[in-house]
Write a protein that binds this ligand. Structure first.
Ligand code: GUN
Ligand code: ZN
Length: 460
């Protein structure tokens, strides 16, 4: 049994800030002088230092000064085999897939290449403060195995699965429906709920899957109802138009996933840019989630996600936020929040519904909830991670609120001297500075399951 404490300033969330319009701070908790007690990788106590310390005589405590500690960030949609093609110039989705993505993903049938890539992927994630991700792999079992094995070596929480695709893919990459079923089944048996691994049945999307592969996904979900389902949904207008021809008996994009029994708890559809009001309502009623990927939607020119519609309290849809690397050009969830904020502001330039416009505004409360507890709720893993509630896994990130571009420190000094917040309001103002004017240099330390997995170069 290993038990230790971290004494620091902490901020986490206990509720959805969109439920507290005008009083968002009620959804957050802040301890200027807090204590987090960890035993065997899990949080066993948390709160104001003096109160918690009184319950743990003799506890070995590490003090972290002048920093702000948050739960580890959650990336709800990322492509591990696209880490190397971040920032490919000038293409929309389909030509970008053809020109950059498939030639790179094909390489992942080489196990040694996949292993190196998995190491680089997790190195990059933890340097961005991300401790949990839901990831796409490729059609190669070797790539999927290497990803799960690397996550297990690092004790990182991971949701992932073999990618199903049998349309629009080059020779040598496509996977038949039978092989998608057979290989997925073997991988589920090997990795689902092993350590911190969770398996997602992953038809890449209904646009690049034939009805046979969709039926294989349906069968897998029926036989393994505890598994997650991860896919893409209504990302571009062109894709949505094609869907009418490909699935003529389905009224819209969500209806295709409904037809194959995939929409429900633990379902994530990446993007959802072009969903109708009715599709939002059905996702809300069915418990399916959308992953908002603003970096990607802007970088590939896919469109502007209607965040204020998705968060309508009358039809609230569960959300996680994702980098969608390499469609997204950054792995950092801070950058994801930056772009999400701008998507909301752009939408508001074209909207005359004041309530929806208000919900489009991504405050620091809404943003950081979305990449911690909100993301966990979107992925149905909030019993495991997302805040500092006792019983959860001790994943956290140590933020240097002055870490970033040269101009940031002076900006932050407007809020609090030396970037250390004394109040919740100050913490939120500093975090907003990080999300819109900061970058990865704010990540000083990342911890997964009670163990430090990243320390910023030059820090001690
Ligand atoms: N749709 C199908 N495959 C992909 C992918 O790799 N990235 C994105 N952004 N959309 C997709
Ligand atoms: Zn994607």
């Amino acid at each position: 049994m290993t038990e230790f404490g971290i004494r620091a300033s902490f901020l986490d969330f206990i509720d959805d800030p969109w439920r507290h319009v005008g009083r968002e701070s009620e959804a957050a908790r802040f301890h200027a002088d807090g204590l987090l007690v960890v035993e065997d990788g899990r949080i066993i106590d948390f709160g104001a230092h003096d109160e918690v310390a009184a319950r743990h005589a003799g506890l070995a405590v590490t003090t972290i000064s002048d920093r702000l500690v948050l739960p580890g960030f959650i990336d709800g949609h990322v492509h591990f085999p696209q880490t190397r093609v971040i920032g490919a110039f000038g293409e929309h989705l389909l030509p970008w897939l053809e020109k950059w993505v498939f030639p790179e993903e094909i390489k992942f049938s080489d196990r040694a290449y996949a292993r190196e890539a998995a190491g680089r992927f997790f190195d990059s994630l933890v340097a961005s403060g991300t401790t949990t991700c839901q990831a796409f792999t490729t059609t190669a079992s070797a790539a999927t195995e290497e990803l799960f094995d690397e996550a297990a070596r690092r004790n990182m929480r991971l949701i992932a699965g073999l990618t199903g695709i049998d349309r629009l893919a080059p020779d040598g990459y496509s996977l038949s429906a039978e092989n998608f079923y057979r290989d997925s089944k073997r991988l589920i048996e090997r990795y689902h709920r092993q350590g911190r691994g969770l398996y997602a049945i992953t038809p890449r999307n209904a646009h690049v899957c034939t009805p046979d592969t969709m039926a294989a996904a349906e069968r897998l979900k029926r036989e393994h109802p505890d598994c997650w389902v991860n896919t893409h949904l209504a990302e571009t207008t062109g894709e949505c138009e094609d869907m009418r021809e490909l699935y003529p008996d389905s009224a819209d994009y969500v209806a295709v996933y409904e037809k194959y029994g995939l929409v429900g708890p633990k379902f994530s559809g990446g993007h959802g840019v072009w969903l109708s009001d009715d599709e939002f309502d059905r996702l809300s009623a069915g418990g399916g989630a959308i992953t908002f990927c603003p970096c990607s939607n802007l970088f590939l020119g896919s469109g502007l996600f209607r965040l204020g519609r998705a968060t309508d309290p009358a039809h609230r849809v569960r959300l996680s936020f994702g980098s969608d690397v390499g469609g997204g050009n950054r792995l950092s969830m801070l950058n994801v929040l930056d772009e999400a904020y701008k998507v909301g502001m752009m939408n508001n330039g074209m909207l005359d519904d004041p309530a929806e416009a208000e919900r489009n505004k991504l405050s620091a409360y809404r943003g950081f909830w979305s990449i911690t507890l909100g993301g966990a709720e979107g992925l149905y893993i909030d019993d495991l991670v997302g805040n500092f509630a006792p019983g959860k896994e001790a994943d956290f990130v140590v933020l240097d609120c002055n870490g970033g571009p040269q101009a940031l420190r002076w900006r932050q000094s407007l809020i609090a001297q030396n970037g250390t917040p004394a109040t919740l309001e100050q913490a939120a103002d500093l975090l907003f500075g990080l999300m819109v004017a900061g970058d990865d240099r704010a990540i000083e330390q990342t911890w997964a399951m009670g163990r430090q997995v990243y320390l910023r170069p030059g820090s001690t």
